[in-house]
Design a protein around this ligand. Structure first.
Ligand code: ADP
Ligand code: MG
Length: 185
């Protein structure tokens, strides 16, 4: 499902070049649950950002579900990403001015994979799945960190993406909440 071959990434800041990834090859099959660990600065976020096409590699190849993503332009990438990937962030990145329900509807409205009259029903199913259906009309700020991350997971599932990427999804949670987020994932 995911195949990275000899991927290198060099960040160039002025005259200073720093190699964040050095010839990384990696294969991940459908159904696998993979944890990537390493000290701060070892390149975990860089690798995820290259997998999601948010950042560009310097060298190598990334194939996801048979698609060579380095050959897509920015516009193709963003529509590909909206359909194929669910992304979960350390700081949740919910839209603060939208309700929980509206946050879940947003990715479906952007990508158009779910029929318009089915979106709210689908969002409610996802909220049930993460145990938050009674919070549908609240703003994210009115929820605890653990609850916000549950909303973010529901949002990442909204378009039936085949791949879920999460960058330190429990990095901002206490250990009890972190445990329950791992169980949910
Ligand atoms: P991790 O997520 O494992 O903490 P990162 O992927 O964020 O590590 O960073 C890997 C290395 O790349 C670090 O040395 C970091 O300083 C460098 N780096 C990350 N992003 C940039 C950037 N935009 N410009 C320059 N260097 C960067
Ligand atoms: Mg990181």
């Amino acid at each position: 499902m995911i195949e990275m071959t000899n991927v290198s990434k060099i960040y160039q800041t002025g005259k200073i070049a720093s190699k964040a990834l050095d010839q990384i090859s990696l294969t991940i099959s459908q159904g696998e649950y993979v944890l990537l660990t390493g000290r701060s600065g070892s390149g975990k976020s860089t690798l995820l950002n290259i997998l999601s096409g948010v950042d560009h590699l310097t060298e190598g190849s990334v194939r996801i579900n048979q698609q060579e993503i380095t050959s897509l332009n920015e516009e193709e990438l963003s529509s590909w990403r909206g359909k194929e990937l669910g992304i979960i962030f350390q700081f949740f990145q919910l839209i603060p001015t939208l309700s929980v329900m509206e946050n879940l509807l947003l990715p479906m409205d952007l990508v158009n994979t779910v029929a318009k009259d089915q979106r709210e029903r689908k969002a409610m199913e996802l909220l049930k799945l993460v145990g938050l259906s009674e919070h549908r009309d609240k703003l994210p700020n009115a929820l605890s960190g653990g609850e916000q991350q549950r909303v973010a997971i529901a949002r990442a599932l909204a378009n039936d993406a085949s791949i879920l990427l999460a960058d330190e999804p429990t990095g901002n949670l206490d250990s009890a909440n972190a445990e329950s987020i791992f169980e949910l994932l």
